[in-house]
Design a protein around this ligand. Sequence first.
Ligand SMILES: NC(=O)c1ccc[n+]([C@@H]2O[C@H](COP(=O)([O-])OP(=O)(O)OC[C@H]3O[C@@H](n4cnc5c(N)ncnc54)[C@H](OP(=O)(O)O)[C@@H]3O)[C@@H](O)[C@H]2O)c1
Length: 266
Amino acid sequence: MNADLTGKKAVITGSTAGVGFDIARTLALAGAAVVINGRRPAAVEAAVARLAAVAPGVSVQGVACDVGTAEGCARLLAEHPEADIFINNIGIYESRDFLDVQDEEWSRYFEVNVMSAVRLSRAYLPAMLKKYFGRIIFISSEWALNIPADMIPYGLSKAAVFHLAQSLSKRTSCTGVTANAVLLGPIRPTGEDSRGADGEACLTMEETLSAFSSEHHALASGFPHVATTDEVADTVLYLASAQASATTGALLHLDGAVGVARLRTN
Ligand SMILES: NC(=O)c1ccc[n+]([C@@H]2O[C@H](COP(=O)([O-])OP(=O)(O)OC[C@H]3O[C@@H](n4cnc5c(N)ncnc54)[C@H](OP(=O)(O)O)[C@@H]3O)[C@@H](O)[C@H]2O)c1
């Protein structure tokens, strides 16, 4: 598939590192002008420079702000009031017992993981509707469907995110705008040494167990395959492309065998 995003502008939250950075790089290499985001100005500046070096000739800009606040979203929107492609990638997660999480932390999970998605998609949607083109993509998690006992705030907030994608797809039906969610299982950074001959990142059971703490996440013992950040980025590229005009309201699972494990346990 040749996904050409020339002439499109993509805003990716939480994108100076990790999954967000690889999404930004992949969209930039497909020709999109990209806007990188993170809270730390130095990290944003460094990420913009890295990206500009790998995607010369493409517009790469950055905004340092906390999109987990209304003020931070307003700051991003003041600099970039319109986008053709909005990737709500930001997500905070932590292993904590339900009994230890107080109201303030619950609010923070919902402000960062949910309200950033609500505020920014609500702001970007009107211009997308006018142009009869828009792509809103939410990065959710497999843990939203099968919430680990020690990640309840995370799982609930990520469930809200995929429900937002599905409900927005109804709101935008037949408008040229699509809204989708990608549900990630554990992800590991792309790296030459993490790739098998056929490009897959296959972990040994020992690697999987030590990386993803099977003590806390019993389902981790069912992962024969863990996706790389590149694979996530390529999935997002498909959803962002013109070719994906009929894919809306979808939950795309990049979860190796987690879904299989979920079927087994439900
Ligand atoms: N990694 C996984 O295995 C995995 C699995 C399932 C789902 N996911 C989901 O995938 C998404 C990306 O995960 P990741 O592991 O790549 O994330 P990550 O490494 O924690 O993301 C870090 C990026 O987010 C920025 N950031 C953090 N808080 C921010 C805020 N409030 N406002 C703006 N930027 C902020 C960081 O910059 P600053 O520190 O400078 O702010 C940095 O650019 C998340 O939604 C996560 O829930 C990840």
